[in-house]
Design a protein around this ligand. Structure first.
Ligand code: NOJ
Ligand code: MG
Length: 530
């Protein structure tokens, strides 16, 4: 029998490198900082870390504009620091994933510098160049995800180039075989160094319709959601050809994997479930985990969540392993979105659903969206479409480790201000408090780690009424019931006999409670016949 791949039972932890730990006083987190904090992650009880981009970059989009796919940005360290971090992670049994940004490079990448140098440069076709529309102006109506046209005019060569994001992030042309080969070599470069997998940035964006037709206009566009939603991205994203590319990436990952040392690919894909499922591949030849972001925005209603979980489980292709996410560097903090009491319930949900969960750094402390004064705004999304609440700086504020100046994050001036309340909401303070969000996460992760039912078991939703969401996980005779009160009033429940293992409220209720207290989530180990 082949061993189950490690990532199915793992808990992933996303680190935003700018904000985790600074080691050299420049106010920006770095690789040595991360290495110094690995023991924290081991004690927390996670299995793998994913680092948002650490490659050389002009940082127009904070590393999602890569100028060299096979190097390390000097702000974060050197290749030797990376090798050291990887070795230290592996020595502690932690896996390490990097962020692959295949849709676009930086406009400072030597490939683009060449590409824009002339129309007959051999790298011209590595990017997406088009003539102006017949009457002048951009080739079509596609809009950048950050607002404004997705085409920028290059006066020197008399053509437009396409960029789904900033003009500093020209899209690569995955229809060009040489570009494709060069990008797959990037994966090989890092796999050969020992990297355990990749999160793949905007995977559903990487091929566009070959004819570049206009996108359909969205008749119900709400300007408050950003200009990108003025059109439906019908022709600019999710094209059938993307699946062959995902399969090519998968083949590279598989070629490096060994039993017990599988390499994993996780696709960042924001699509409705049915279309998301195609990214597993028709026969499982796509990415291992197409990110499932549904929990981030889901209405906080028990019936709605139960339906969402059931539909997702049903939609999974044979052999497709589920996954769940509560937050990331682009989306509101769970503690802000749900409130601090329900954020615990949300964490219990994330870490007890069937599938691989990804935790966003700081959510284990209950970090909230930070307040960013206007003169400290850094995110291009906010700078381009200000005031709509689309900016991402608030969810990227530095981690607080203790109550020393700047939370022990840096001895210098932090690149973004720490979020309010860090003097109390920091690692040292929360470790000392058994009722803290951090202590709760540690307990939850410890229970999960030793429970086959919670890590790899089946899931069955339990019929409930009102604000209760409940389900059972089962594996090898071990049965766990999870019952979550999504409201701030008490609700009655009918639970099987068993031992309560953990409550979001800290203290454990009696056996077989008939009531869930306000904001209470409970894990109960069901009695099994002797
Ligand atoms: C998705 C990333 O998560 C986001 O941070 C970035 O701005 C865009 N892709 C462009 O790379
Ligand atoms: Mg630094």
């Amino acid at each position: 029998m082949t061993k189950r791949p490690w990532w199915q039972s793992a808990v992933l932890y996303q680190i935003y490198p700018w904000s985790f730990q600074d080691s050299d006083g420049d106010g920006i987190g770095d690789l040595r900082g991360i290495e110094n904090r690995l023991d924290y992650l081991v004690d927390l009880g996670v299995d793998a870390i994913w680092l948002s981009p650490i490659f050389p970059s002009p940082m127009a989009d904070f590393g999602y504009d890569v100028a060299d796919y096979c190097g390390i940005d000097r702000r974060f360290g050197m290749l030797a620091d990376f090798d050291s971090l990887l070795a230290s992670a592996h020595a502690r049994g932690l896996k390490l994933l990097l962020d692959f940004v295949p849709n676009h490079s930086s406009d400072q990448h030597p490939w683009f510098v060449e590409s824009r140098s002339s129309c007959d440069n051999p790298k011209r076709d590595w990017y997406i160049w088009r003539d102006a529309a017949p009457g002048g102006g951009p080739p079509n109506n596609w809009i950048s995800d950050f607002g404004g046209p997705a085409w920028t005019w290059d006066a020197a060569t008399g053509q437009y180039y396409y960029h789904a994001f900033l003009k500093e992030q020209p899209d690569l042309n995955w229809r060009n075989p040489e570009l494709r080969a060069a990008m797959l070599d990037v994966l090989r470069f890092w796999f050969a160094r020992g990297v355990d997998g990749f999160r793949i940035d905007v995977l559903w964006h990487i091929v566009k319709h070959a004819d570049f037709p206009d996108n359909p206009i969205n008749p119900d566009w709400d300007p408050a959601t950003g200009e990108m939603n003025r059109v439906f991205q019908l022709h600019s994203t999710d094209q059938p050809e993307v699946h062959d590319i995902a399969a090519d990436m998968r083949a590279v990952a598989d070629a490096f994997g060994r039993e017990g040392d599988d390499r994993v690919l996780i696709g960042e894909i924001y699509l409705p479930v049915e279309r998301l499922m195609r990214y597993y591949g028709r026969h499982g030849e796509g990415v291992h985990l197409p990110f499932n972001f549904q929990l981030i925005d889901a209405p906080w209603d028990a019936r709605h969540l139960a339906r969402m979980i059931a539909d997702y489980e049903t939609a999974l292709p044979p052999g497709g392993w589920p996954n769940w996410v509560l937050g990331n560097h682009d989306r509101p903090r769970s503690a802000t979105k749900r409130g601090s009491a329900q954020a615990r319930v949300a964490a219990m949900l994330l870490l007890t659903l069937r599938g691989t969960p990804t935790l966003y750094y700081g959510d284990e402390l209950g970090m909230e969206n930070g307040d960013i004064p206007p003169d400290r705004v850094r995110d291009p999304r906010e700078l381009r479409e200000p005031g709509l609440g689309l900016g991402r700086d608030p969810v990227r504020t530095p981690m607080a480790w203790d109550d020393s100046p700047h939370g022990g994050f840096t001895t210098g001036e932090p690149w973004l201000p720490l979020g309010a309340g860090w003097q109390k909401r920091n690692v040292a303070g929360e470790l000392a408090d058994p009722a803290s969000m951090l202590s709760f996460h540690r307990a939850l992760l410890a229970i999960r780690r030793t429970s086959p039912a919670l890590t790899i078991g089946s899931i069955r939703l339990i019929e409930t009424a009102g604000a209760v969401l409940a389900y059972e996980r089962e594996q090898d005779g071990e049965r766990m019931v999870i019952a979550l009160n999504l409201s701030d009033t008490p609700v009655s429940v009918d639970l099987p006999h068993g031992t309560p293992l953990l409550s979001t409220l800290g203290d454990l209720p009696a056996r077989a409670p008939s009531l869930l207290r306000p904001d209470e989530g409970l894990i109960l180990k069901v009695d099994t016949p002797a």
